[in-house]
Every structure is written in structure tokens, then in C-alpha cells.
Ligand binder design. Structure first.
Ligand SMILES: *Cc1c(COP(=O)(O)O)cnc(C)c1O
Length: 402
């Protein structure tokens, strides 16, 4: 039996079948490259959905995690440990939001933002039930985040979820003022929608949101889980929002592969919170904090952020030329190292053709090929990946197999 067959058989028999997996077994990585069980190499333009931000087997990260494992991994939040405050201080300096709550995933970060927003209004003695979210938005799979996730197919089997969620179209700035009232606790949005097909908010929409928050007092929650922490350039991507959010959810890239999440909050929201209001057993443990500190060191002091600016500009410049070159390409959108290529047909066959050519990407919103390479990817690797991707698009649009 091949390794592939053995792995698939165990998965099919014992793992809950919630995923449609591509038929390869990834067994090791190095920088921007992944290797399957037969040692076939794949250039990684996905980084585990924007998570392996420093690439694979990053030497400094590996060293730090090994060292941390030999020192202390976990204490619970019943005690202090030396790393959480240091990490929170770094995040505060980066984001301008002075407080951090640590958790373990993106969906938990969004849940924390929701609870903190509700708590803010209940502490004020004026509970507000309403939440506003965006069409095509994605915020995670737990029941609160799921209630804010637009597509029916994610939500319908699990209803009833949170009530009082109003979805509005990000293409319709006028809808913001109509949806947001003095019963709205918060509006939740991704500055660049990820799962929804890599769609940046327009300045007109962001402006309408800022105005409605001002008018109604509703809190602004930015879900930066996918687009934040350097992927699109600015470390916390609310430069485009025209207003500093009251709460920001971060995750994915921040642990460089170690599961982490955080809700960053304004002082006004933090002032409404008391001990016992929220918590997490693992949240902010030493392993997670050590990983995140290495990530932020590399991002800011190690020059990764500057590198993303360069290499992201190279990627978007190259992609901008594609719609004119290929009738199969309808649109190219995104910022920095978060790019989406909208096709005139389903993206899944292109993802497969790319994999056959040794390139990993994924499909989102049916017709969009999404690129989320490691933030450390080199210029030469960007060029190589684009060459393979263009060939894969031609494979499918011209009906040839690779
Ligand atoms: C991935 C994602 C989430 C959920 O993160 P998990 O770590 O899978 O729970 C939430 N919001 C956005 C914008 C995401 O891209």
C-alpha cells in the first residue's frame, strides 16, 4: 500500500469527514516549499490559508519553540507568565489598540469581540442586541461567528443562531445608514473579504460605516484574521477603514503555524470588562506567545514587513496585466500578498492543474483562485509561482491536461 493510500484509509475510517482534501500527503516543508510523501516539491502560494507566515521550518521559530518546550509550555491563566504582557505590549504598539485578549483561533477572536461588544453595552446599562455584518463575509465556524457569516450553506443546518443579525451589501454604502440604529451593538467586517472572494471594501463603503458608527455609537469590529498582521502591508489593516476600530480580531499569521487568536480592544471597551467576563484555558500560553513574539520580531525588526511591500507590489503588478492577456480572467483583486483572481469559470480545476504543476493555491467563492503565499516568499519564487499558475489557467481554459 502506498503512503497516500494508507493515510487516506485511516482518514476515511476514523476522521470525521468535514473536509474535502486534495489527494496529497504533505510531510515536510522548507521555506516556501512543501514536500509530499514521495518527496515531490510544491511551491506554497497558500501557506495553510495564510497561517505559515514565515514559511515552513523557519530556523529561528523552530529554535524558539524547541527552547520553549524545554522550559515551560503552559501554565493556564490562573497565574502570570513572562510572555503574555510582552506580546500584548507589542500588539498595542502595532495596532494602536491598548488591550489584548488571547485565544486560540480566528473564530474565537471574533467570538471574543462579540462578547466584549455586548458587555460594553450591558455595562453601560443600555444593552444593545443588534449586529450588522456584510454579505459575502466570513467570520468562523462557532455559533456566534457563524451567525455573522453570510452564506446560507454555512448557517442553515445550525439555526437558530444569534438573532438580530442584519446583512448588508458591501456594494451599497446607502444601506449602512439604514441598517445601523441606536439598537446596533456593533458592525463586523473584514477590511478585505477573504473567503468571500478577496474583495477589498470600497472607500465609499468604509466612509459610510465610519459615519454610521459616529452617529449611532455602534462599535466597529474589524475581522483582520486573514488580511491583518502584514499580509496586505500595514500590520493591522484598518488604514482603509477611515476610523480606528473599537475591536480587532486577529489570528492566522500571528502564530506562524502555532494556533493563536486575539481580540484587540480600545480602552473604552476594556473599561467595561471585569474578571470572569471571558476566558480561555489555553489562550496566550507560553508556546503561543513565544511563536507570536518570534513572528512579530521577524515582521517588524527582521524586515519581513518591508519585504511584503516589495514582493507584494511585484505580485500585484504582474497580476494586473492578466485580465487583458487572458479572456478566462475576469478580475484581479487584493493587496500585498493577499490576491484573488476571478475566473470566467469554476476555479477548482485550475487549483488541480496548478497542483499538477507543483503549485498550491486554493479556490474560494467558486470562481476565485486565492493566493496567500508565506510573507517571506522570494521574488524568484513569486515569478516561478506565477509562471506555473498562468500555465495552469491555460491548461484549463484551453482544455489541455498538464
Ligand atoms: C479564517 C478566518 C476566520 C476563522 O479563523 P479560524 O482560525 O479558522 O477559526 C475568521 N475570520 C476570517 C476573516 C477568516 O479568514
Amino acid at each position: 500500500m502506498s503512503v497516500m493510500d494508507a493515510v487516506q484509509a485511516l482518514d476515511a475510517q476514523y476522521v470525521l469527514q468535514t473536509y474535502r482534501r486534495a489527494p496529497i500527503v504533505l510531510s515536510r516543508g522548507c521555506g516556501s516549499w512543501l514536500f509530499d510523501a514521495d518527496d515531490r516539491a510544491y511551491l506554497d502560494f497558500l501557506s495553510g490559508i495564510g497561517v505559515a507566515s514565515l514559511g515552513h521550518a523557519h530556523p529561528r521559530l523552530a529554535q524558539a519553540l524547541g527552547d520553549q518546550a524545554q522550559t515551560l509550555l503552559h501554565t493556564s491563566n490562573l497565574f502570570f507568565h513572562p510572555l503574555q504582557g510582552r506580546l500584548a505590549a507589542r500588539l498595542a504598539a502595532l495596532s494602536g489598540l491598548p488591550r489584548a485578549f488571547f485565544c486560540n483561533s480566528g473564530t474565537e477572536a471574533v467570538e471574543a469581540c462579540l462578547k466584549l461588544a455586548r458587555r460594553y453595552w450591558s455595562t453601560a446599562g443600555r444593552p444593545r442586541p443588534g449586529l450588522v455584518a456584510l454579505e459575502h463575509g466570513f467570520h468562523g465556524r462557532t455559533c456566534g461567528s457563524l451567525a455573522l457569516t453570510f452564506h446560507e450553506s454555512y448557517r442553515a443546518p445550525f439555526e437558530p443562531l444569534l438573532s438580530d443579525v442584519t446583512f448588508i451589501s458591501p456594494g451599497d454604502p446607502a444601506a449602512v445608514a439604514a441598517a445601523m440604529t441606536e439598537a446596533t451593538a456593533a458592525i463586523v467586517l473584514e477590511p478585505i473579504q477573504g473567503e468571500g472572494g478577496v474583495r477589498p471594501l470600497t472607500p465609499a463603503f468604509a466612509g459610510a460605516v465610519a459615519q454610521a458608527c459616529q452617529r449611532t455609537g455602534a462599535l466597529l469590529i474589524a475581522d483582520d484574521v486573514q488580511c491583518g498582521l502584514g499580509r496586505t502591508g500595514p500590520p493591522v489593516d484598518f488604514s482603509a477603514l477611515g476610523r480606528r476600530p473599537d475591536l480587532v480580531a486577529v489570528g492566522k499569521a500571528r502564530g506562524a503555524g502555532v494556533p493563536v487568536g486575539a481580540a484587540l480592544s480600545s480602552q473604552a471597551v476594556a473599561d467595561a470588562i471585569s474578571p470572569g467576563d471571558h476566558g480561555s484555558t489555553y489562550g496566550g500560553n507560553l508556546l503561543a506567545c513565544r511563536a507570536a513574539l518570534v513572528f512579530l520580531d521577524e515582521l517588524i525588526d527582521g524586515g519581513v514587513l518591508d519585504h511584503v511591500r516589495d514582493v507584494g507590489a511585484r505580485l500585484s503588478l504582474a497580476l494586473q496585466a492578466w485580465p487583458a492577456r487572458h479572456r478566462a480572467i475576469v478580475d484581479v483583486r487584493g493587496a500585498g500578498l493577499m490576491q484573488g483572481i476571478e475566473l470566467a469559470f469554476d476555479a477548482a480545476p485550475v487549483v488541480e492543474a496548478a497542483r499538477a504543476r507543483g503549485l498550491l493555491v486554493n479556490a474560494t467563492a467558486q470562481r476565485v483562485v486565492r493566493l496567500l503565499p508565506p510573507l517571506t516568499i522570494s521574488h524568484a519564487e513569486i515569478d516561478e509561482g506565477l509562471m506555473r499558475l498562468e500555465a495552469a489557467i491555460l491548461d484549463v481554459s484551453e482544455g489541455r491536461t498538464a
